[in-house]
Design a protein around this ligand. Structure first.
Ligand code: PEP
Ligand code: MN
Length: 350
């Protein structure tokens, strides 16, 4: 925001405003004389409370707002979340949400086993890729539409919603015909033609953060979806590329917290891809929830040793109830709830 001071402002009034801003942790700068009076710019985003204070400050005559490039994704400076509703599942509400399932759908039996275990652990969404964005063309690319059908049927049998990736603009409508939530992957987060097509498919979109995307770039991608008409966007942090080789990617708990101050969109965390191996998934999941994630997107497989994609990081199905218990415990610590396995069993009448 730009603050123009009135002409009677004593020398140094502009510096005093910058000092106050600095005490609030807000950087800013003096604007050169082109305004014909003292003027300062405080870097956006300025929290709503601070904005009100500066507007009311002595000698502030006029306030100019730089037009926002991401008006639909930003919050108004307050920590608030606009929940995304997927049927009766609310993402970004009081309850933490778990989405679980295999990296890729490989067979009807595999996805059925994953769906059953996910539902028993209190998951509300079933994940699984039918179109896989693989690094090399010789790698398993997914089973396509048949996999979408198995995913949908397994989810329906267990009362789950479906989240699955659309890789290219042409397949968005087909994915939307089977999925409740369209996933946009890390590799294609900035593919604008895909974002535009996904935004028109009539489903909420789960937007993974690109491997090296800043929060502003991630929100820019969300803005494409929202301006295109997507009925909801859920961000998903999945780790970025760093120097570290002990993990596959670096889960950015900092951006989970920072995003909460900058955007009203719900944010899930995917601890599986940054972990790269099973033993690290639950610790990263716990950290993400403690940092404010609205839930988790987790890979789990009935037999990870035979998985055609991302087996080493897949949780065993037996581990899902433990993850669910940890979600409930951390949820309690951060003022959220996770109904977990017990409630899921009760709902199923077991
Ligand atoms: C996935 O969820 O299996 C996936 C491919 O994720 P990402 O786009 O984050 O790599
Ligand atoms: Mn995967």
């Amino acid at each position: 925001m730009i603050l123009l001071l009135d002409k009677t402002a004593p020398e140094g009034a502009d510096r005093e405003i910058l000092r106050v801003a600095a005490r609030l942790g807000l950087p800013g700068k003096l604007l050169s004389g082109s305004w014909g009076r003292q003027a300062v710019e405080i870097d956006d985003p300025v929290p709503a409370r601070a904005q009100r204070m500066f507007r009311a400050a002595a000698y502030v005559e006029e306030v100019l707002d730089r037009p926002s490039a991401t008006p639909l994704s930003e919050n108004d400076g307050e920590e608030m979340v606009t929940p995304v509703r997927v049927g009766d599942v609310v993402i970004g509400g009081d309850e933490l949400v778990l989405a679980a399932g295999p990296c890729a759908v490989e067979s009807e039996e595999q996805v059925e086993a994953a769906a059953r275990a996910a539902a028993r652990s209190g998951a509300r969404l079933l994940r699984g890729g039918a179109f896989k964005p693989r690094t090399r063309p010789g790698d398993f690319q997914g089973l396509g539409v048949e996999a979408l059908r198995w995913l949908r049927e397994a989810a329906d049998r267990h009362g789950l919603k479906v989240v699955t990736e659309a890789l290219d603009p042409a397949s968005c409508d087909e994915v939307a015909a089977y999925a409740d939530v369209i996933q946009i992957g890390a590799r294609t987060m900035q593919a604008t033609s895909l974002l535009k097509a996904a935004s028109r498919a009539g489903r909420p979109v789960l937007l993974k953060r690109g491997l090296s995307a800043t929060l502003e770039e991630w929100m820019g991608a969300a803005e494409y979806l929202l301006q295109g008409g997507a009925p909801g966007v859920i961000l998903c942090e999945r780790g970025s590329r760093s120097f570290e080789t002990a993990t596959r990617f670096s889960l950015d708990v900092g951006v989970l917290a920072a995003a909460r101050l900058r955007t009203h969109l719900p944010i899930l965390a995917d601890p599986s891809h940054p972990a790269g191996r099973r033993a690290l998934v639950r610790p990263l999941a716990r950290a993400a929830l403690a940092a404010g994630a609205d839930g988790l997107l987790v890979e789990a497989h009935p037999d990870p040793s035979c998985a055609r994609c991302d087996g080493p990081q897949a949780l065993l199905l037996d581990e899902l109830p433990h993850l669910a218990q940890e979600m409930a415990a951390i949820g309690e610590a951060v003022g959220r709830r996770f109904a977990g396995p017990r409630a899921a069993r009760a709902a199923a009448g077991a």
